[in-house]
Design a protein around this ligand. Structure first.
Ligand SMILES: NC(=O)c1ccc[n+]([C@@H]2O[C@H](COP(=O)([O-])OP(=O)(O)OC[C@H]3O[C@@H](n4cnc5c(N)ncnc54)[C@H](OP(=O)(O)O)[C@@H]3O)[C@@H](O)[C@H]2O)c1
Length: 330
């Protein structure tokens, strides 16, 4: 496999973690980083030994030697950052949530398809070896026909109105930050929901701090989701079928083990150790797609990413949660 040269757009927390995840991969080279500021670009490049640094995202996108850009800015900037890179002819891996809403997602997906460029949502959970086992087990009918699932993702953050988690201008709120994992997981196991109902508590900054959501799927299957940014939850996922159930142990979104329980049989625990910090799996998928010349991942298809965004649009509409960035969109 030839070396894939990565550009990193944004120098925040997850960008650092992602670069660390690429570290042990011989086929990946982090060639360049782009930031809104020269100081951040220089500090990030210096810390991580990245040869090229740019004090504007436009300059990163214009680097002819960068093969693929990883977009790691707060959610309201994803669509414009992805568009910038696609217009410069780059393949793109964009952090979750893919965008703030489905309309933004559809725009960039259309652009990537028109230009024949690779694009994928960085829903890293999907690419862990244990999640491959989960998909196998569901399609094999190991626990019969799946009828329900419970999944939760909540943690207790201090209320900081200026932070990405709480500031509406930065796309704050539990649904977009952690709820997206749960909606995407339900979609992976049960397919596209036919109905989504939810109740949320909007906190003092006006964004959802916790929510309980029920998704109805084809054939009457149901998914129960509990999410929060001010409430710690067990971070477990349980898939329940007509012939038993599977518990993906905490934290299910960075999965290492699960237990299959079936009536009349001993419980079976399946382990799949995680290599590195776990970000290498999604990066490997991107690089394998580029190597094969395919523009979409079959594990995280773009139509599914858009559908997940549409489900979250519906939930937010019922909660009256509109982001400032959406007020200027038609
Ligand atoms: N997959 C995961 O496990 C995971 C974990 C955490 C976060 N995420 C996702 O990654 C994205 C970034 O999260 P993060 O925690 O890394 O955020 P962060 O630490 O706040 O960093 C975001 C970076 O985006 C850039 N940026 C551009 N416009 C900005 C603005 N107006 N305000 C603040 N920063 C701006 C900044 O880089 P420059 O100053 O260099 O331009 C900043 O360092 C989010 O969409 C989040 O959902 C994913």
């Amino acid at each position: 496999m030839r070396t894939v040269r990565w550009g990193i757009l944004g120098t925040g927390g997850i960008a650092r973690t992602f670069v660390d995840g690429l570290g042990p991969m011989p086929e990946a080279e982090v060639l360049a980083v782009g930031s809104r500021s020269e100081a951040s670009a220089a500090a990030f490049a210096g810390e991580r030994g990245i040869p090229r640094q740019y004090a504007a995202y436009e300059h990163l996108a214009a680097d002819p030697d960068v093969d693929v850009v990883y977009v790691a800015t707060p959610h309201p900037f994803h669509a414009e950052n992805v568009e910038l890179c696609l217009r410069a002819g780059k393949a793109v891996l964009c952090e979750k949530p893919f965008s703030v809403n489905a309309a933004e997602a559809e725009n960039v997906v259309g652009l990537a398809r028109d230009r024949g460029l690779f694009l994928m949502e960085g829903m890293w959970t999907r690419f862990f070896p244990l999640m491959e086992e989960v998909r196998r087990l569901v399609s094999d009918g190991t626990v019969g026909e799946v009828k329900m699932l419970n999944v939760d993702f909540g943690f207790r953050a201090d209320l900081d109105p200026a932070s990405r988690l709480f500031d509406p201008a930065l796309g704050g709120g539990a649904l977009l930050d952690v709820g997206v994992y749960c909606v995407s997981f339900a979609s992976m196991v049960l397919g596209r929901p036919t109905r989504a109902l939810g109740l949320s508590h909007l906190g003092e900054t006006g964004v959802d701090e916790q929510a309980s959501i029920v998704l109805e799927h084809e054939g009457g299957s149901l998914a129960n989701l509990s999410i929060g940014t001010r409430t710690a939850t067990p971070q477990e996922a349980t898939i329940m079928g007509t012939g038993g159930y599977v518990r993906i142990h905490s934290p299910w979104w960075r999965p290492k083990s699960m237990t299959v329980s079936r009536p009349g049989a001993d419980d079976e625990t399946i382990e799949a150790p995680v290599s590195g910090n776990g970000f290498g799996y999604e990066a490997a998928e991107v690089m394998a797609c580029l190597e094969r010349g395919v523009t979409e991942s079959a594990v995280m298809p773009l139509d599914e990413t858009v559908a997940v965004m549409r489900t979250m649009d519906g939930l937010r509409a019922a909660w009256g949660l509109v982001y400032p960035s959406e007020k200027t969109q038609s």
